[in-house]
Design a protein around this ligand. Structure first.
Ligand code: HEC
Length: 103
């Protein structure tokens, strides 16, 4: 009996961990490449979605706009608040800012 309960708990834990295939502490770059690059391209130059790197319109937008867009989505861009934690959203936003500076 106890073994069964342990097994169920184990399966529940593993399933919860897989709800997003990202590690809780994934870096901004890892989150970007897993969830954003297919629409914004791996070098942030844009594709289905607009460019997000150096020289893009996003450079002039405030952080609140950036965080809000990732969290709630915009137009054809999906909302990410359901599969990313607040900390993960902040990390991917920081990653975009760092790429804007280095470009
Ligand atoms: C399914 C495609 C798709 C995915 C995946 C996607 N985006 Fe977007 N994104 C878009 C589109 C399309 C727009 C433009 C929306 C509009 O203006 O109507 C956009 C807009 C944005 C903007 C606003 C840009 C601006 O200049 O106003 C930001 C910031 C952004 N995306 C970040 C991200 C991040 C970060 C991720 C990953 C967590 C992501 N996007 C994933 C399609 C996508």
């Amino acid at each position: 009996m106890r073994k069964t309960i342990t097994a169920i708990l184990l399966v529940a834990t593993i399933t919860a961990g897989c709800s997003s295939n990202l590690e809780e502490d994934a870096s901004g770059a890892e989150i970007y490449s897993a969830l954003c690059s297919r629409c914004h391209s791996s070098d942030l130059s844009g594709g289905i979605g607009p460019a997000l790197g150096a020289g893009s319109d996003l450079v002039d937008q405030p952080d609140t706009y950036l965080l809000q867009t990732i969290s709630a989505g915009l137009g054809r861009m999906p909302a990410f608040r359901f599969n990313l934690t607040e900390a993960q959203i902040e990390r991917v936003a920081d990653y975009l800012r760092s790429q804007q500076e280095s470009g």
